[in-house]
Design a protein around this ligand. Sequence first.
Ligand SMILES: Cc1cc2nc3c(=O)[nH]c(=O)nc-3n(C[C@H](O)[C@H](O)[C@H](O)COP(=O)(O)O)c2cc1C
Length: 346
Amino acid sequence: MTNAPRFGIWAAVHGARAAHHDPDEPDDASWDRNRALVLEAEALGFDAVLVAQHTANPYDDGRDQLEAWTASAALAALTRRIEIIAAIKPGLYHPVVLAKMALQIEHIARGRFALNLVNAWNRAEFERAGLPFPAHDARYAYGAEWIGLVDRLMRGERVTHAGRHFRVEDYQLRPAGTFRTRPTIYLGGESEPARALAAERADVWFINGQPLDDVAALIADVAARPAPAPLRYGLSAFVIARETDAAAQIEHARLLALADRDAALRADTRARTDTASVMFAKTDAAATRHVGTNGGTAAGLVGSYDTVAARIRDFHAAGIDLFMLQFQPFEAEMRRFAEQILPRVR
Ligand SMILES: Cc1cc2nc3c(=O)[nH]c(=O)nc-3n(C[C@H](O)[C@H](O)[C@H](O)COP(=O)(O)O)c2cc1C
């Protein structure tokens, strides 16, 4: 790995990441909060923001939820340097419409836009809208055809396609290719079809937070597959960094105890979840308790400033070049990371 590591933040699209009853972290998913958060992240030197996509709040539909694509367009206009990555579930948008939206945001951002293809786990988001929610692997088959079309359309190709799910005739989108070949394609998902699709179609594969050996094994598996271009790798992780390892463990214990108060919310979420999703199977099986979504503290970025910096270097040596980070309370801990960890790893 020769590139320097890059660091991104998860936007606060549905409020807190670790625990919803934290007096230090209001469950604030507002546009105003997210605008300020992303502008500050950019000023602090972060390289990317990931805007997760959920139509209604996936934990509690009575709570606020930021809309990923409209918010990403606005962020593109307000920022200058940071990469904006918006998640997308193929079942929600026709590929022609979505490719057009991606090209528009790419233009607003002047070549800093990316999409993160995610295969969906929240059954209610689809079924309550009357949208089909096929079984896990069938959703990936649909997503594979979908991203193939989006990729070609974002390149500005004139597309005619007759497939299992889509018929497109003589479609071409402009402007395209102004800043680079096309927006970057990320893919978040760990199952076998997710890995196959990442190798085939993605530029960057996002891995859920988990221990180094597991991450190294996943990278080895995907890197061995034939791919049109070398894949890059990103890791989701929740960071707890303090002066000492002991102080970080005390904060981890505080967040774990707070997260216990969300047991009812988590049970409701689970009832709406496709249990075939590897992310949830892993969370259930996790030997160690953790906080944060998408693996969270299971990635082990919990410890003294030197410990966290050393673990980041180890992950980077294993092939991770983008760290997509969560914090709580978000703003204060993001600042601490920028002050204490960034200088140690850059
Ligand atoms: C970095 C990352 C970001 C994700 N973002 C979202 C998201 O914005 N919305 C969503 O519904 N799922 C998101 N997911 C979850 C995927 O949808 C989930 O992994 C999906 O169920 C794919 O299943 P698989 O892991 O079984 O392949 C994300 C996953 C990862 C790794």
